[in-house]
Design a binder for this molecule. Sequence first.
Ligand SMILES: C[S@@+](CC[C@H](N)C(=O)[O-])C[C@H]1O[C@@H](n2cnc3c(N)ncnc32)[C@H](O)[C@@H]1O
Length: 404
Amino acid sequence: MSKAQQNFSVVTNDAEKPGPSQPSSVSGGRSLRSTTKRNASSEDTGPAPKMAAKVEEWSIESICRNGRRLDLNSDQPNAASVIKTLFKEVHGSVLSKLNIHPLDWDECADNELTPFLETFNKRVRAFRKNNPRDVLLSKKNWRQKDAKEFRILCDLACQLAIPDPTVLNTQYKGFSNETYGETNIETLQKILDTLDVKEDDVFIDLGSGVGQLVTFAAAYTNMALVRGIEIQEVPAGFADENAWQFKKLMRHFGEKPRPFQLELGDFTKKETETFLKEKATIIFCNNKAFKEPLMLKLREILQFCNSGTKIVVTQRLETTKDGRTSRGCYFTASADTVSLFTTDDPKKGNVSWTDKIVPYYLTTVDNMKPFREAAKKEKAEEQAQVAKQLRAEQRRAKKEAKKQ
Ligand SMILES: C[S@@+](CC[C@H](N)C(=O)[O-])C[C@H]1O[C@@H](n2cnc3c(N)ncnc32)[C@H](O)[C@@H]1O
């Protein structure tokens, strides 16, 4: 074992082993927050060491106006790699202003972080004292087009919240409604851009997993409310921890997300049904693996949504599993569906479970559509009638002309 490993590994008492490596202990929808402190560091890959190692306390002074100091411990999951990513991806321009040489973020050992952060924090404090009106990090571009920083913060919050993501794939019955898979944050970003979201929009992710889409939507947009509901206890527990870590990271950069909620629950239950029918304006559902009975229920609920509601799915609402359009289907008669991302680069996947592009469909509820269609049909019939009469008159006129 390397020196670094000795320094940053943790002795764990077997009886107290945390939930994620023993998934069955994460039950009852309880938050993982209380268990994560006991997890091994990012370097703890070998067998449990004999000696208790020192737990490092890492603090990062904020470089933003109204930002708070970020405190992490070396025994939190992925804490070291989160700090390295922050410095590599976000703090770059600030380091040169403070005259600090960056570490080699891809190669450096975790124990190099402690002296580096001491210097960094000292220089940040000195900068603030000498330049009280200046900010070290400008966030001018954060909400513009790329929004890379918000994607990074959402990803890092997940890393801090989820010590072992493979746990997510061992919790459900194969090929069931609960099959887990993630939409890339970039994909959601494109969807939100396409929908051109507004401040009175209310977003919900039905089957929100660990909640990475909900936190991103709360960071990136100005929507009134962002919600996620997840039926399985393990991802919902991770989502709870994810929300907590996300808020902490956002506060560090002086950022306030839009109001958001991540909850454990079944979206087919009355409370969510009412919310979907009365409040939601954007409904997202990665329903690729949903079986026909759940699809039926989903259709049943969503057909009562308000006109204008935008529904984004991975399994079309108006078709059955074998691709047939169901006859007299509400989503054909009273909604319009278009495919999103048909031009995406097929070499770069948009979900976690395949490298291929998975199509997302946007269905916009349009309760006036049947009336418009009926009016259009009536008008077309009238026009056909007029044309028929005109042709008859022309024939008569031709006959008359021939007689004379
Ligand atoms: C494919 S995952 C999608 C995760 C996330 N929305 C994303 O796209 O990254 C589908 C999720 O739906 C959840 N789910 C299935 N039925 C549900 C229900 N009735 N209520 C709430 N969640 C449900 C599953 O447990 C699973 O985590």
